[in-house]
Design a protein around this ligand. Structure first.
Ligand code: NAD
Length: 328
């Protein structure tokens, strides 16, 4: 399996939240060459400027929907990270493009990797593939439970399952090693507002910093599994260099955190004691209320040896410090 040190790696969707952290960890891990491909439909070079000052790292403006734009950057690559994707909010805004990128874009990445004899592709999936989980046991093998979910999220979750299926098919048919990583709600430095839960953190921050009360939806008792972006990037590198192949696995903290607690932590990290207010915008894209998630991270530990390292308290402090630094 591709060792990080000395290898060439391509990150498609490289200007993203996750891609920028993968790029940073690849360079820190001694990669020989790192190519970040992105069409900048959603991400920005602001996310990766700090990486491009390293001579080993290059940026290619390319579109995952144009297969021909993926071939040359993947020549001689040891591994590819398929990160490009449309999250819940962009999927709601433009489902046509979202389905194209999440499904056909993933297929193009796999096809270019196969053609260039890349050893392994690590795909960015989502724990959204389980849908609206209830009190049922929730393991790495749970099915999609889509009843009651907003349509845009059904489409997002199904598109992620398609991406996983395509990766597994490429492994079966062509022997291209593949792992799918199913992230929970990611947050951290270079946070955007394209995912529901990460956005809630930034919105709470913005209100506290502008002297307003942060807003909590419903009664705030709904829980979410949050995972720090640096832990996600580390999982990608561990997946790439592991022997494991042909599987999907949760990359989650395994800890349920209520929205009340998240807002409390954001407020505390801002050194404020402002109290939240409770308001639910009926037009806002929200998951059905879940009082328990309890995601398992057993398979990631078993297959690639990964466990999270950053607690939500620590991660939110890092996020707030980054937001403070970039507020202007
Ligand atoms: N952020 C989360 O909470 C979360 C949770 C679960 C899964 N994921 C998955 O992880 C991946 C990365 O998430 P993120 O938050 O870093 O995403 P992001 O929104 O920051 O980045 C997505 C990137 O894909 C790029 N892109 C879109 N269409 C493209 C195309 N046709 N060609 C090339 N690039 C294209 C965008 O410009 C952007 O830089 C996504 O696939 C997402 O579905 C994210």
């Amino acid at each position: 399996m591709p060792a990080i040190s000395g290898g060439k790696f391509v990150v498609v969707g490289g200007a993203s939240l996750v891609g920028s952290h993968i790029g940073a960890q690849l360079l820190a891990g001694g990669a020989r060459e790192v190519v970040l491909i992105d069409n900048l439909a959603l991400g920005s070079t602001d996310n990766i400027d700090f990486l491009l000052s390293d001579a080993r790292c290059t940026f290619v403006r390319g579109d995952a929907l144009r297969l021909n734009e993926l071939y040359d950057p993947m020549a001689g690559a040891d591994g590819v990270f398929a990160v490009a994707g449309f999250l819940g909010m962009p999927m709601l805004a433009n489902p046509w493009m979202g389905i194209d990128v999440n499904v056909r874009g993933t297929q193009n990445i796999l096809e270019a990797a196969r053609y260039q004899r890349v050893k392994k592709v690590v795909g960015s999936s989502s724990n959204g593939i389980y849908g609206a989980i209830g009190d049922e046991p929730n393991t790495d093998d749970s099915p999609l439970r889509w009843t009651g979910m907003p349509p845009a999220l059904i489409i997002y979750c199904a598109s992620k399952i398609m991406g996983e299926g395509l990766g597994l098919l490429y492994q079966q048919k062509y022997g291209l090693d593949f792992l799918a990583l199913r992230y929970s709600a990611i947050y951290g430095e270079r946070q955007h507002k394209r995912a529901i839960s990460g956005s809630q953190m930034v919105e709470a921050y913005e209100r506290v910093r502008s002297g307003k009360r942060p807003i909590i939806e419903r009664d705030g008792k709904q829980v979410q599994d949050y995972i720090y972006v640096g832990d996600v990037a580390r999982a990608n590198l561990m997946a790439m260099s592991s022997q494991a192949s042909g599987a999907g696995m949760n990359i989650v903290s395994g800890v349920d955190t209520t929205q009340n607690r998240v807002v409390e932590l954001v407020t505390k990290a801002c050194n404020s004691d402002v109290k939240p207010e409770y308001f639910t915008d009926p037009n806002k894209l929200l998951m059905p209320q879940q009082l328990k998630q309890g995601y398992s991270r057993a398979r990631a530990k078993e297959m690639i040896g990964w466990e999270p390292q950053v607690s939500i308290e620590n991660g939110i402090s890092r996020l707030v410090a980054w937001l403070d630094e970039h507020r202007s």
